[in-house]
Design a protein around this ligand. Structure first.
Ligand code: HSE
Length: 426
């Protein structure tokens, strides 16, 4: 058993700096938990860093260093991050990464390689920041058949939606604040368009159902198209907007989507604010289990990376890392997926129509003809013969029925703008 363990850090941005800080500050705790003295031996970054004595310019020099046991990849993005991970495995290193994009896209390549090389890839920080949801799902809930995963999985969008709702901040100001606080990705498009949430949902689903679930299997809609008018109206109704990633096992297949949804202000998710994330996992035996905590930010993300390093260190130091894999999945599992039209939900619909007699009966008639049942109806203005908003909430309806009905309604001469359609989560 080795008493020293050397880490090579590749990518020294916000999270990388946090990892070094925590490993130094909590050195004795890390030693007590792992039984080894964990040391950052080298740090590689594009530019020279404040720790000149540890700086290495070329990542292959870190990967090839025989004294380094664990490579920590914190570059983000696809390349060279993917090459760093695969080269590290090929060179006999174990890997810790926070890179949800690379994991979601190259799941099969990375874990096949890890298995072939008898090495391990740890990735707790890839989903939910500091929340131990990977370990919780993979180990803590291992004895369950997973029925459902639902979560607020992106700190940046949750921060933006919280600020817009609670502080009437504009979308642009809220996004700028999230970037300043270090929550957002280098390119925040991936946050606001929902792809970051989709990557995380793909990772959780791949663990839950033992087969590689791809981002392409997930229907994704971001928060960038949200209209402030809907934020205002729905808040008066007691609803809150949340970007939700959802994976539900149905009899017909997995229903996977990422969408901004409305949740009642009493709902657990409604009280998850700012950069906090929450994930609810439902299993056949355990029922609902909720994971909650800071999903973005330097120290929360770095704390998850450090916990991976500590756990992995135990196996590396006694020579058992990779003998058994942490990610077990089947390549040939025939997973079926629910089509968009087969997905069911309650809906909020906002129609922009002329304000004259007979309009409501036309709308409700078309909805009724597709079997869509109305739960509530509201018109907030009187603007005779001109445009007004009519809000309808529906009982549970098939997405296909809602969409066909809306197509028909949007073609009517009484309709003055495309109807807004938002899921209401229960
Ligand atoms: N950009 C991500 C977020 C960081 O906002 O949640 C953590 O993955």
């Amino acid at each position: 058993m080795n008493s020293d363990l050397n880490v090579g850090l590749i990518g020294y941005g916000t999270v990388g700096k946090g990892v070094v800080k925590i490993l130094e500050k909590n050195k004795s705790i890390a030693f007590r938990k792992s039984g080894v003295s964990i040391k950052v031996k080298s740090i590689c970054d594009l530019n020279p860093i404040d720790r000149a004595e540890l700086y290495v310019k070329n990542y292959m020099d870190v990967i090839k260093d025989p004294s380094i046991d664990i490579i920590v990849e914190l570059i983000g993005g696809y390349e060279p991050a993917r090459t760093v991970i695969t080269e590290a495995l090929k060179n006999g290193k174990n890997v810790v990464t926070a890179n949800k994009a690379v994991l979601a896209k190259y799941w099969d390549e990375i874990f096949s390689l890890a298995q072939a090389k008898k090495r391990m890839v740890y990735f707790e920080a890839s989903v939910g920041g500091v929340i131990p949801v990977i370990q919780g799902l993979n180990e803590g809930l291992a004895g369950n058949e997973i029925k459902k995963i639902k979560g607020i999985l992106n700190g940046t969008t949750n921060f933006i939606l919280s600020k817009m709702t609670n502080e009437s901040m504009s979308y642009a100001d809220a996004l700028a604040n999230a970037q300043k606080a270090g929550f957002a990705e280098a390119n925040p498009t991936s946050d606001v368009k929902g792809f970051d949430t989709a990557n995380k949902l793909a990772i959780l689903s791949s663990i839950a159902w033992g087969s590689w679930i791809k981002v392409n299997d997930i229907r994704v809609k971001g928060i960038d198209q949200l209209d402030v008018e809907d934020v205002k109206i729905t808040s008066d109704f007691g609803y809150v907007f949340k970007l939700i990633g959802s994976a539900i096992k149905t009899d017909k297949g997995l229903d996977l989507w990422v969408e901004p949804c409305l949740v009642d202000h009493h709902h657990f998710f409604a009280n998850v604010h700012n950069e906090y994330n929450a994930i609810m996992i439902t299993g056949d035996a355990c029922d609902d289990v909720v994971f909650y905590g800071k999903g973005a930010g330097q120290l929360p993300a770095a704390a998850a990376v450090v916990s991976d390093i500590i756990d992995l260190s135990k196996y590396v130091s006694n020579g058992t890392a990779g003998l058994v894999q942490n990610v077990i999945y089947s390549k040939n599992k025939n997973i079926k997926f629910l089509s968009h039209g087969e997905s069911k939900s309650d809906y909020y619909l906002r129609f922009t129509v002329v304000d004259k007699p007979g309009v409501l009966s036309k709308i409700s008639g078309i909805l009724g003809s597709y079997g869509v049942s109305i739960a509530s109806l509201y018109q907030n203005d009187r603007n005779q013969d001109k445009k007004v908003s009519i809000i309808i909430t529906t009982h549970r309806a098939l997405s296909e029925h809602i969409e066909t009905a809306l197509k028909e309604i949007d073609k009517l001469s009484i309709t003055k703008a495309k109807t807004v359609k938002i899921r209401i989560e229960d």
